[in-house]
Write a protein that binds this ligand. Structure first.
Ligand code: 4IP
Length: 258
């Protein structure tokens, strides 16, 4: 597969398209699209560790969604579509720039994110270079890095005292889960700090399907999604965040202990 990429003119076609980022990681794709892209910016990259898989990373408002594009040996599969080559796939995206995610949100592929950008050759001059107590080594970098992984979508939540259910727009970015009145709202109703959350799990106590809960010291939030797939996606990413937070806490405590 890799061979296919390296030797054929296919790659040149793809490279000419300018938005194929080869071995860019998921982490880097998210960071790039969130910091420099805008709603609808997208890029194609190799999927980490799997030679027959590619990922289409798309910025949708404040999160980045990743879709698999699979190479079957003779074609590229993307959802229900199949393409003979990457050029056809790219042409398809250029002409039909709408994709629907599991959350029901339509994602528009508006701006291909270029692999090559103009970069200035300007560097700061070093005046002082000295050791500091807080200096980190390379091995500290990954455990202490804020975990990326973003998500957004509609969920229905229960009130704390008045137990009514309201559908709200939720966004997950770094360690913050926010909910807004709807997708167009700019100010969140509430921002939940996941470093204070002790558990995320499916819930069967509220008589709601696709329901899950987030346990905080002073409140347990009950939320449900439209589909089981969506609930599962939210639970998985939230649990992953909690595991990352715990890992970082252990790491910090380990570093601090004598
Ligand atoms: C409200 O009911 C909404 O459900 C609120 O949710 C909720 O606040 C309130 O909970 C509940 O009383 P009404 O709209 O009928 O007044 P939202 O903020 O999403 O609109 P939470 O704390 O869940 O956000 P209590 O706990 O204030 O009763």
């Amino acid at each position: 597969m890799l061979h296919y990429f390296l030797c054929s003119t296919e790659l040149q076609c793809t490279q000419r398209s300018g938005w194929y980022h080869d071995s860019l990681t998921r982490h880097a794709a998210e960071a790039l699209l969130l910091s420099n892209g805008s709603d609808g910016s997208y890029l194609l990259r190799k999927s980490y560790g799997k030679p027959d898989l590619f990922s289409l990373s798309v910025r949708a408002k404040d999160s980045v969604k990743h879709f698999h594009v699979e190479y079957t040996g003779s074609s590229y599969k993307f959802g229900f579509n199949e393409f003979a080559n990457l050029k056809d796939l790219i042409m398809h995206f250029a002409n039909q720039p709408l994709i629907g995610s599991e959350t029901g949100t339509l994602i528009v592929l508006k701006h291909p994110y270029p692999r090559r950008v103009e970069e200035p050759s300007i560097y700061e001059s070093v005046r002082v270079h000295t050791a500091m107590q807080t200096g980190k080594t390379e091995t500290d970098l990954v455990p202490n890095a804020p975990s990326l992984g973003t998500k957004e979508g509609y969920l229905t939540k229960q009130g704390r005292i008045v137990k009514n259910w309201k559908t709200r727009w939720f966004t997950l970015h770094r360690n913050e889960l926010k909910y807004y009145k709807d997708q167009t709202s700019t100010e969140p109703i509430r921002a939940l700090d996941l470093t204070e959350c002790s558990a995320v799990q499916f819930d069967y106590s509220q008589d709601k399907v696709n329901c899950f809960c987030l346990v905080f010291p002073v409140r347990t939030y009950y939320l449900y999604a439209k589909t089981g797939v969506e609930a599962d996606e939210w639970i998985k990413i939230l649990q992953w965040k909690l595991s990352q937070i715990r890992k970082q806490t252990r790491q910090r405590e380990g570093t601090l202990s004598p």
